[in-house]
Write a protein that binds this ligand. Structure first.
Ligand code: SF4
Length: 655
């Protein structure tokens, strides 16, 4: 195809708010070409791309998009959206203009990588565009990269979009996630728009649930007290007492002196992360790797303090969890130091599982070998999405598909039976389609254990003020899709959100013991400890955004004080709530002996579950709870509405 014929046949959209850029582009495109200039600010650009995407592949399609990202506003997010548009519209060129200072942010964007790779094969006409733009624009440091994706089938239907834009009668069809919350309308609309077997069968499952009725029942049962900081776990922070740092030792020591036999697990918090993910509510510190060696020293000191203050014998945990943060931020030598701490301070003869958390950005073969050498038997990696690049950028998880696959391979080589991945649903901008692709991908990758989390909005995260969130029905549908897909592919559900290939081999011992009331001792910044009748958090739990936390924790330990910040002595009723709400998270409706053992509850609290929580009768009548061989479980409907159902157990908190 010659340069001239290209110019005559192309539909081109230029998206920029910079007049120099728009004028230069006009000159390049020439009079013969059908073109449309869009003078849009960042917010409108984002809207436009979303509109393109939502209106499907045939309606709004250009041959070339000249996309100006030199406004410096959230370029990684804009690039993510462009990537998403491109991935659904294969026959289109994108030319993105990006300032060099922004390049670093884009290194994990796969479209950006392709653009760099395809630069050499760029057709002459586009190279000319580059030269002229470079010459004509007054922008300093303007750098343009080209992408070319399949020149064969250029189509000329962008005018439809342009006409509509001109007439102003584009109604932006919002993401499927913004559909009306009334379930009947919602499901009819989804049914019309989808051909997916999983979506259709999940919708018909939801129809049997009568979501609206159940929502009403659950709302009525919830306590009327509203906590100013919404939290899904009991007890909420507002119910905890601030400990006076000077008096922590005196108040805690009598409470914990005789609990050493009850401690079944140890939790060790490694707070370092490359950067803060948009949804993350954990207490983390970006970077600060220089302090990691000092930090491990403080972990040792903190543990030694417990031994000095009490008459505890050397603890013999059955489960150890190294969580975070990102434990794979630690260099291999630091992992070795961490291992020495664990081996020196605990008797590991009874240890069944040592699990750690990893992230694709920081896991290297050397570090993973170090974790294996210190005795790690299970690993969990937070991917959140496998296929949706734009979504990953949106939630600020910057890694490429190649990097992700490499990490998975390295983990499966070392822990073939005990590798878990976390994926998320209910995220803004996530579609049913992209969620289904993620589920398909984890099945294809033969991951032995998959944990599905849904987005919980915490006021302490980047999504705190975000209004455009998926409705509850979307979350229910996505959860139902996960069950349908994974269980249809032979996975077995072993807890509210975990699906495994082989339940005898892929156990999560630390989690199971904790949720069945086993004592946990937390070590490290913001970690929490639970013993029967007592819960407390270390410094850093209250404000996960306060970067002074790390120093406050380190200083407290250095000065010989237990670094405890908030906590509560739980009365009998509060202990029951905690036991029920934690135990029900182990519900797996198709399995026997999951959920809460009713006889154990009665033995522990000298009252039955039904006597303690009479509303369980209503939950059972409405198909949210069921009893199976002496265990009480959330049903599939109860699991799909887990948080609101569990909140009904916070009874007594409003009086
Ligand atoms: S989600 Fe994980 S990697 Fe992201 S900030 Fe939180 S702890 Fe760090």
């Amino acid at each position: 195809m010659s340069e001239d014929s290209l110019k005559e046949s192309l539909d081109i959209i230029v998206i920029s708010e910079n007049h120099n850029y728009l004028d230069a582009a006009e000159e390049i495109i020439g009079n013969q070409s059908r073109k449309y200039k869009l003078n849009l600010n960042t917010a409108s650009k984002v809207e436009l791309l979303r509109a393109f995407e939502n209106n499907g592949r045939d309606k709004f399609k250009s041959d070339i998009i000249l996309f100006d990202l030199t406004d410096r506003v959230d370029s990684e997010y804009q690039m993510g959206l462009l990537n998403r548009y491109m991935s659904r519209n294969q026959n289109v060129f994108a030319i993105a203009s990006v300032l060099p200072s922004e390049h670093e942010k884009l290194i994990y964007n796969s479209l950006w990588q392709n653009m760099q790779r395809d630069l050499e094969g760029t057709p002459l006409s586009l190279t000319n565009c580059y030269r002229i733009l470079e010459k004509e624009t007054n922008l300093k440091n303007l750098k343009i990269h080209f992408g070319c994706i399949n020149m064969e089938q250029l189509k000329d239907n962008v005018l439809e979009c342009i006409d509509k834009l001109k007439r102003g009668d584009i109604t932006y069809v919002h993401e499927i996630a913004q559909m009306p919350s009334e379930f009947k309308q919602f499901s009819e609309r989804v049914q019309k728009e989808t051909k997916s077997r999983i979506v259709l069968s999940s919708i018909s499952k939801m129809r049997t649930m009568d979501v609206n009725k159940i929502k009403g029942v659950v709302e009525n049962l919830q306590p009327k007290y509203h906590y100013s900081v919404p939290q899904h776990c009991f007890p909420p922070f507002e119910k905890l007492d601030n400990f006076n740092p000077e008096q922590v030792q005196e108040s805690i020591t009598p409470l914990i002196t005789d609990v050493d036999k009850l401690i079944q697990s140890i939790y060790i918090h490694i707070p370092f992360c490359l950067h803060k993910c948009a949804f993350c509510d954990y207490t983390t510190v970006e970077g600060t790797l220089n302090s990691s060696s000092e930090y491990i020293n403080r972990l040792k000191k903190e543990m030694q303090m417990y031994y000095d203050l009490t008459e505890w014998e050397v603890l013999t945990p059955k489960g150890i969890q190294i969580g975070g943060g990102t434990p794979t931020m630690l260099a291999a030598d630091r992992v070795k130091e961490l291992g020495e701490f664990i081996h020196d301070f605990y008797d590991l003869n009874m240890l069944s599982q040592l699990t750690f958390e990893a992230s694709p950005n920081t896991a290297t073969a050397k570090k993973l070998d170090a974790f294996r050498d210190i005795g790690a038997t299970r690993v969990s990696v937070g991917l959140q999405s496998v296929k949706d690049d734009a979504l990953l950028h949106w939630i600020k998880r910057w890694f490429s598909p190649t990097r992700m696959q490499k990490t998975i391979n390295m983990l499966l080589q070392r822990w073939p039976c005990d590798t878990n991945i976390d994926i998320m649903f209910g995220l803004p901008n996530q579609t049913l389609d992209s969620w289904e692709k993620d589920l398909e991908a984890v099945v294809d990758m033969r991951i032995p254990s998959v944990t599905t989390y849904y987005l919980r909005i915490s006021p302490r995260t980047g999504f705190a003020d975000y209004k455009d969130l998926p409705h509850q029905e979307i979350k229910i549908l996505m959860y139902t899709m996960a069950r349908e897909k994974l269980m249809g592919e032979g996975y077995v559900q072993i807890a509210n959100n975990q699906f495994v290939k082989n339940p005898d081999m892929q156990k999560y011992i630390y989690r199971d013991m904790k949720k069945r009331g086993g004592g946990v001792l937390g070590i490290g910044m913001s970690s929490y400890s639970i013993f029967p009748g007592l819960i407390y958090f270390n410094i850093g739990a209250k404000d996960n955004r306060d970067y002074k936390n790390l120093h406050a924790y380190m200083n407290a330990v250095e000065s010989g004080r237990l670094p405890i910040e908030i906590g509560k002595k739980l009365d009998k009723h509060e202990q029951k709530i905690l036991y029920m709400t934690q135990g029900l998270k182990l519900s797996a409706p198709e399995r026997e002996y999951s959920g809460v053992n009713m006889a154990d509850f009665e033995k522990r609290f000298e009252k039955s579950i039904q006597e303690s929580f009479p509303h369980t009768k209503t939950l059972m009548e409405n198909g949210l709870l069921e009893i199976n061989k002496g265990y009480i479980n959330l049903t599939p409907s109860g699991l799909a509405m887990e948080d609101p159902v569990l909140k009904t157990f916070w009874q007594g908190e409003d009086v």
